[in-house]
Design a protein around this ligand. Structure first.
Ligand code: SF4
Ligand code: SF4
Length: 326
C-alpha cells in the first residue's frame, strides 16, 4: 500500500488546515478567534450534509456551509464537497464560487510541496500537538512563518539535523534565528546566499539574525543609491554622466535629449515619471527571492532587466564580502 505524501493542508490523521475556507474572508481573519461558535457551525454543517444533493447553494457571508468535520472523532476539519471526500467527484461547484475553491492555495503550502519526503516529516513535527484550529492559525502554527524561508534553506537545516525531529520549543531555542518576526516576508535571498551546508550552525547563533538585519538595511540603502545614480557603482559600464536613472531605465527620447547636451537638471525626468514606464520588478525572469528583496526591502518596484542584473551583481558582491566576516 502506498502511503500518501503529506501536504501542508492535510499533514496527518489528527489535524488539517482549513485557513483558506472560504476563499473570500477578511484580511488577517483567524478561525481560532471564533472557535466556539465555529465548532457549533461545523457540527451543524456536518450533520446536515447530504452527499447525494447536487443543487447549487451559494456561500453567504464569511462562513461556508460545506466546511465540516471529516472524521467521526471531530478532529479533522475540511471541505465536505472535496473530491477526496466524495470518491473522486468534485462537488465544490455547489457553492457557486466558480473555481475559486479549487484554485485557493498559499505560498507556504507550495514551498512545503517542494520539500523532499524526509524534510517534510522533519518540519511537520514542529506542529505536533496542535489541533485543527491552532494548526490553521498563521500565528500559532510555526510552519507558516518558517516555510516563508523557502525550500532550499529548510532542506539544508533538516539534512544538517539528520532529519531527527524537534519540538517547536526545542527548535526555536536551538535556532533563535527562526523566532517569529513582524515582517510579512523575510530576506530569503540574503540568507540562502549566505548559508551553505558548512555554515548552517550560524543560524544557531543568537547574534546572526541582528547582523543580517543590519546588513540588509545597509544593502537596501546602497541599492537605492545605485538605482538612482549608477555611475559611481558601475563606472566600467557607463561613462557618460547621469543622475536619473540608468540607461535601460530611461525612455529613448530622454537619452537622445541628453546626448544633444540638453540634459540639464531641470530637463531630466522625475524619478516617479520614469518609474511609471518600467516593467514591474516581480515580472522579471530572475530569482524570485532576489526580486522579492528588491521589491519588499529595497522598495524598488519597477526596473528593466538590465538594471536588475546590475543590482544583482552589486548585491552578490556585498553578500560575498559580508559572508567573509561571519
Ligand atoms: S466549498 Fe469547500 S473549499 Fe470551498 S469554501 Fe466551502 S468548504 Fe472551503
Ligand atoms: S492556508 Fe495553505 S495550508 Fe491552509 S488550507 Fe489553505 S492552502 Fe492549505
Amino acid at each position: 500500500m502506498t502511503i500518501p505524501e503529506p501536504t501542508l493542508c492535510a499533514p496527518d490523521g489528527q489535524k488539517t488546515c482549513f485557513a483558506c475556507c472560504p476563499p473570500i474572508r477578511p484580511s488577517g481573519y483567524e478561525h481560532i478567534r471564533h472557535m466556539n461558535i465555529i465548532k457549533r457551525i461545523l457540527r451543524e454543517n456536518t450533520a446536515g450534509f447530504n452527499r447525494d444533493d447536487r443543487s447549487l447553494s451559494p456561500i453567504t457571508g464569511f462562513s461556508c456551509w460545506a466546511l465540516g468535520y471529516l472524521d467521526k472523532g471531530y478532529s479533522r476539519i475540511g471541505c465536505l464537497l472535496h473530491p477526496a471526500q466524495n470518491g473522486g467527484t468534485d462537488l465544490r461547484f455547489r457553492v457557486d464560487y466558480g473555481n475559486k475553491c479549487s484554485r485557493e492555495s498559499c505560498p507556504e503550502s507550495e514551498t512545503f510541496s517542494h520539500l523532499d519526503h524526509d524534510s517534510k516529516s522533519f518540519w511537520l513535527h514542529l506542529a505536533d500537538g496542535l489541533d485543527s484550529f491552532s494548526y490553521s492559525s498563521k500565528k500559532d502554527n510555526p510552519l507558516f512563518h518558517i516555510l516563508k524561508w523557502g525550500t532550499e534553506l529548510l532542506e539544508l537545516i533538516s539534512s544538517a539535523e539528520g532529519y531527527i525531529s524537534h519540538s517547536k520549543e526545542h527548535f526555536l531555542e536551538t535556532y533563535p534565528f527562526f523566532l517569529p518576526r513582524n515582517s510579512l516576508r523575510p530576506p530569503v535571498y540574503l540568507v540562502k546566499s549566505l548559508i551553505k551546508r558548512d555554515n548552517v550552525h550560524l543560524l544557531r547563533s543568537a547574534t546572526f539574525r541582528d547582523r543580517v538585519e543590519r546588513f540588509s538595511s545597509r544593502l537596501c540603502s546602497e541599492l537605492g543609491r545605485a538605482f538612482v545614480q549608477t555611475d559611481s557603482y558601475f563606472p566600467h559600464k557607463f561613462s557618460s554622466p547621469r543622475v536619473l536613472p540608468f540607461p535601460g531605465s530611461v525612455p529613448t527620447e530622454t537619452i537622445s535629449h541628453q546626448k544633444e547636451g540638453k540634459g540639464l537638471a531641470e530637463d531630466r525626468p522625475h524619478f516617479e515619471e520614469v518609474q511609471g514606464v518600467l516593467p514591474p520588478v516581480h515580472r522579471l525572469p530572475m530569482d524570485r527571492d532576489f526580486l522579492d528583496f528588491l521589491r519588499l526591502f529595497a522598495k524598488i518596484r519597477r526596473l528593466t532587466m538590465e538594471d536588475a542584473l546590475l543590482l544583482k551583481c552589486l548585491t552578490d558582491e556585498k553578500l560575498s564580502r559580508f559572508g567573509k566576516t561571519l
